[in-house]
Ligand binder design. Sequence first.
Ligand code: GTP
Ligand code: MG
Length: 204
Amino acid sequence: MAAVGTALFIALNLFYKRRVWTPESDYYTFREEEEERSEKQVLVLGLDGAGKSSVLQELSGAGSRRGCRPTRGFNFISLHTPACQLDFLEIGGGEDLRMYWVDYLRRTNILVYVVDSSDRGRLPQAKDELHRLLKADTDLPVVVLGNKQDKPDAVSVPELREALSLSSVADQRKLFLLAAQSGSEGLSRTCGLQKFQDLLLTLV
Ligand SMILES: Nc1nc2c(ncn2[C@@H]2O[C@H](COP(=O)(O)OP(=O)(O)OP(=O)(O)O)[C@@H](O)[C@H]2O)c(=O)[nH]1
Ligand SMILES: [Mg+2]
């Protein structure tokens, strides 16, 4: 019995050592780590109707914002860039979903916060939700998109900075505010799709 036990122990030990130390396994571990490193998470949040899905649709190359329905749960797209893969996760902005937003901050590299610049009545609410997120994670880089700039009643970027109290945000935080409009390649016309992507890549 003892001999069988010893033989089993030696065999397992040899097997374990082979798994861990062979050059091939080292190579695969290295490759897995590399693959993990090259996937970056971008969390896309904002009140319902702000335009999160429309922005994602445009980023994915679908162009027009026509056909966007309220997101009842999640919405996910991946962008392959030469530097890395950007995984965008939108969580719906409805009141019932906002309580879950903070749970996703931990696993993300950047927060993109979309605001409807023409929804003046709900700017205070957009501000409160944004500051709740900023408080929950004090280091996360943030890009605020002041969306729907094509609408005649949209507030300007300086007004939006004021309305969202962005000047009160700590200096060391990486925070950017960009004007945007999505649909019909609007994002390309305002903040610039390529510029937006490049900015994200500098922040991951
Ligand atoms: N005029 C204008 N309308 C826009 C713009 N972006 C989005 N919309 C419209 O706004 C509405 C809401 O857009 P969505 O992209 O579904 O908004 P969302 O933030 O994903 O909303 P939820 O999924 O409900 O949280 C849609 O009717 C869009 O067509 C924009 O830049 N300009
Ligand atoms: Mg949506």
